[in-house]
Design a protein around this ligand. Structure first.
Ligand code: VGL
Ligand code: ZN
Length: 218
């Protein structure tokens, strides 16, 4: 049967919108130290999307040697195991995104010359930082909420790596800080540790966070 009104298939970009591109760095791409499967597939959709937004902010995971989130800092522990840190559960990772290394550089094919801010996170030796807004203690701010509020943004569109970690926690915190978070899901890729992808999707429903496809932004 015809006659039903089709759903709105496009989402116009508005003045208060900012595109937050999470951790598109060599170490999270195939060949890197913490490779996200098909991580580099996000580069071309993100380049296209970034062109549609006037305002773009990039994040960069930026750890010192011997960072607390590295399995190598915990004798006898292996990557992807979980430990109890003073701020709660912490997944242990292979060493990655060490300051000034090639792996910590943004992917060379990212073409976003108009990006207005590159925010580094995870530089405190004793605490990890998935979210672009807060360290994993969920109380030490990165300053991004203040920056985005002061600039008058109201919606934060997110894409990048990894869907189930830094994108997830950044979207939750954006929403909690009073922004409307929108995840562009096919411009993300996930790491997948146990049920991390399902947990992320459930959390987005709980927090009222919308996920869209890149094609909705023409
Ligand atoms: C990330 C694990 C460790 C991410 C960063 O960008 O999602 N995941 N550090
Ligand atoms: Zn990290």
């Amino acid at each position: 049967m015809c006659g039903e009104k089709p759903m709105a298939r496009t989402m116009p970009i508005e003045a208060g919108d900012v595109f937050l591109v999470i951790d598109v760095q060599n170490d999270f791409c195939p060949g890197g130290l913490l490779p996200v499967p098909y991580g580099d597939d996000v580069v071309s959709p993100i380049n296209r999307l970034a062109n549609r937004f006037t305002h773009v902010v990039l994040t960069q995971d930026w750890h010192p040697h011997g960072h607390h989130s590295f399995a190598s800092s915990h004798p006898g522990r292996k990557p992807y195991e979980t430990i109890q840190a003073h701020y709660g559960a912490q997944t242990l990772w292979p060493d990655h995104c060490i300051q000034e290394t090639h792996g910590a550089q943004l992917h060379a094919d990212l073409q976003i010359p108009h990006a207005e801010l590159i925010l580094r996170k995870g530089f405190r030796p004793e605490i990890d930082s998935y979210s672009a807004f807060f360290e994993n203690d969920r109380e030490t701010p990165t300053g991004l909420a203040g920056y985005l509020h002061e600039r008058g943004f109201s919606r934060v569109f997110l894409a990048g790596l990894a869907f189930d970690y830094c994108v997830r926690y950044s979207a939750e915190d954006a929403q909690r800080q009073g922004f409307t978070a929108v995840i562009i899901e096919d411009a993300c890729r996930a790491i997948g540790v146990e049920d991390s992808v399902e947990a992320a999707r459930l959390s987005f429903v709980e927090h009222g966070i919308n996920t869209i496809e890149a094609s909705v932004i023409p």
